[in-house]
Design a protein around this ligand. Structure first.
Ligand code: PLZ
Length: 449
C-alpha cells in the first residue's frame, strides 16, 4: 500500500464521489469530536497525499490545488529536493536548538536569505518558526535598535494571530474579536487601495502618502516611530496592490525620519509575485524583511533579514527560541530555495500569472460581478461586487468557492469585505491543469444569478 502510494500522482482532476465523500465525512465527524470547533476548514475533505498541484483525498478524488497551503508549497507538493533533504537531515539529527549546538543548515538558510532579499548592503538574519513569530521579532529588533516604541501598520493588513501581531492585523472578525486587550503602541494608517479610493492610481498614491505622513506627524510624531510595517501586496486583506510610488514614498519617509522600514513578505516572498521578493518591483530596499510560508515548502520556518547594523544591535541572547531554525525545516528550505533558483520558478510565476490574469480579465468583461482583477505574478485575485455598484458581494464569493470545491478545484477567500477570491497555485503547476481550474472558476462565476 505504502510503496504503491509513492508513484507520482497524475496531474488530472478526477472526482469520483460527492465532496466530501463517505470516508471524508466520517473523518469530519471524528474531527468534530476531538478538535476544537474554533478552526475553519476551507476544503471539507481529508487528504491522503499530494503531488505537484493535485491533492488526492481519502475517497480517491483528485483535486486541483490553487491555494498551495496559502502560498506555501510554491515548489509543488512532493518536491524531490525538499523530500531528499528532509530525509537526509532526519537520519543525521532532528534537533539541538541552534543556541545550544549550532549546525550548518541554519547558517546556509541565513546566507541564502541575505543573498536573495533586496538591498545592496550587508545583511544578517535570524530564523524562527512562523510568520507571526518573524513579525514579533522584527518589531522587537526595530524597537531595540531605534529606542522608540510606536509601530505603524495599515488598514487591511495581516501580520498574524499572536498578541502583538493581532494588534497589527486590521480585521476584527475572525482574527481579533473577543481576544483583547491588544498590545499598545500600534497605529493604523489608511491604505492606498486604488479600487476603493476615489481617483486614479497616481492620485491614490499621492493622497494616501499625504494623509499618512500628516497623521504620523500630528498623531504620533515621526521621531517616536520605531517601524513602519507593510505587506508589499496585502495578502489576507484581498491582494491589494498599492499604486506605483506608494511603497517608495513610505520607504523614503521612513529613511528621512530614522524609522525602520519593514516589508512583511511572508505571503509575497519566494517567487510568488514573479520576482524573488515583491519589494523588488519598485526597487524598494526594506531595512528588514520578514519571510515564512514559501521558504520551506510547508515545514515550519520563518526568517527576519535586515541591515547588519540593525540585526547586530541586539544584546547577546536577546533573540531566540527552542525550535527557531529547526534543522529539518532548514533542510527543507535549502531544497525549496535550490528548486526555485534552478527551475527558474520566478519566471514561471510570471508565466502562470499571465495565464491567470488573461483568463480573469476575459471573465471580467463578461461578468459584471467582477469589479477588479488584480495581483502580480502568480498571486492573482478578483474582487466581487454587486453589479452597477462598488458594494462588496460576499454571497457570490461563498457560492463561487463552494461550486469550485464541489467540482474539485480548491480556491480560497480573502478580503476585509469577504468578497475576494485569490489564486495561489504551486508555481510548478502544469498549464493544462491551471487552465482547467480556471474554466471551472468561470463556470462557477457564470452560475451566479
Ligand atoms: N504576514 C503577510 O500572510 C499568514 C494566515 C492564515 P503565520 N497568512 C495566512 C490564518 O488564517 O491564520 C501571514 C501573512 C503575512 C504574517 C502571516 C502570519 O504567518 O505563519 O500564519 O504565523
Amino acid at each position: 500500500m505504502y510503496s504503491e502510494a509513492k508513484s507520482p500522482l497524475a496531474q488530472k482532476r478526477n472526482i469520483v464521489t460527492a465532496i466530501p465523500g463517505p470516508k471524508s465525512q466520517a473523518l469530519i465527524e471524528r474531527r468534530k469530536d476531538a478538535v476544537s470547533a474554533s478552526l475553519g476548514m476551507a476544503l471539507p475533505v481529508f487528504i491522503e497525499r499530494a503531488d505537484g498541484a493535485i491533492i488526492l483525498d481519502v475517497d480517491g478524488n483528485s483535486i486541483i490545488d490553487l491555494a498551495a497551503g496559502i502560498a506555501v508549497v510554491n515548489v509543488g507538493h512532493g518536491n524531490t529536493k525538499v523530500i531528499e533533504n528532509v530525509k537526509r537531515q532526519i537520519d543525521a539529527f532532528t534537533h539541538t536548538c541552534f543556541m545550544i549546538v549550532p549546525y550548518l543548515g541554519y547558517v546556509e538558510v541565513c546566507e541564502a536569505l541575505n543573498r536573495l532579499t533586496p538591498g545592496k548592503f550587508k545583511k544578517k538574519s535570524v530564523l524562527m518558526n512562523s510568520g507571526a513569530e518573524a513579525l514579533e521579532n522584527a518589531v522587537k529588533i526595530a524597537r531595540s535598535y531605534t529606542k522608540r516604541q510606536a509601530v505603524v501598520v495599515f488598514e487591511h493588513g495581516y501580520h498574524g494571530r499572536t498578541n502583538l501581531t493581532m494588534a497589527m492585523t486590521a480585521k476584527n472578525m475572525p482574527y481579533k474579536d473577543s481576544f483583547g486587550p491588544f498590545a499598545p503602541e500600534i497605529y493604523r494608517m489608511p491604505m492606498a487601495y486604488p479600487f476603493r479610493w476615489n481617483g486614479d492610481q497616481a492620485k491614490c498614491a499621492q493622497e494616501a502618502l499625504e494623509m499618512i505622513t500628516h497623521k504620523i506627524e500630528k498623531e504620533i510624531g515621526g521621531k517616536n516611530v520605531a517601524a513602519i510595517v507593510i505587506e508589499p501586496i496585502q495578502g489576507e486583506g484581498g491582494f491589494i496592490v498599492p499604486p506605483k510610488g506608494f511603497l517608495p514614498g513610505l520607504a523614503n519617509y521612513a529613511k528621512e525620519n530614522g524609522i525602520v522600514f519593514i516589508a512583511d513578505e511572508v505571503q509575497t516572498g519566494f517567487g510568488r509575485t514573479g520576482q524573488m521578493f515583491a519589494s523588488e518591483d519598485e526597487n524598494v530596499e526594506p531595512d528588514i524583511i520578514t519571510t515564512a510560508k514559501g521558504i520551506a515548502a510547508g515545514l515550519p520556518l520563518s526568517g527576519v533579514t535586515g541591515r547588519a547594523e540593525i540585526m547586530d544591535s541586539i544584546h547577546l541572547s536577546g533573540l531566540g527560541g527552542t525550535y527557531g531554525g529547526n534543522p529539518i525545516a532548514c533542510a527543507a528550505a535549502l531544497g525549496a530555495i535550490e528548486t526555485i533558483e534552478s527551475e527558474n520558478l520566478v519566471e514561471r510565476a510570471n508565466k502562470i500569472g499571465k495565464i491567470m490574469s488573461d483568463a480573469l480579465n476575459a471573465m471580467m468583461k463578461k461578468y459584471p460581478i467582477i469589479g477588479e482583477v488584480r495581483g502580480r505574478g502568480a498571486m492573482q485575485a478578483i474582487e466581487l461586487i454587486k453589479p452597477g455598484s462598488n458594494e462588496p458581494n460576499s454571497e457570490a464569493q461563498l457560492a463561487i468557492i463552494k461550486f469550485c470545491i464541489n467540482q474539485g478545484v480548491l480556491i480560497i477567500s480573502a478580503g476585509t469585505y469577504a468578497n475576494v477570491i485569490r489564486l495561489l497555485p504551486p508555481l510548478t503547476i502544469n498549464e493544462d491543469l491551471l487552465r482547467e481550474g480556471l474554466s471551472v472558476l468561470e463556470a462557477a462565476i457564470a452560475s451566479i444569478k
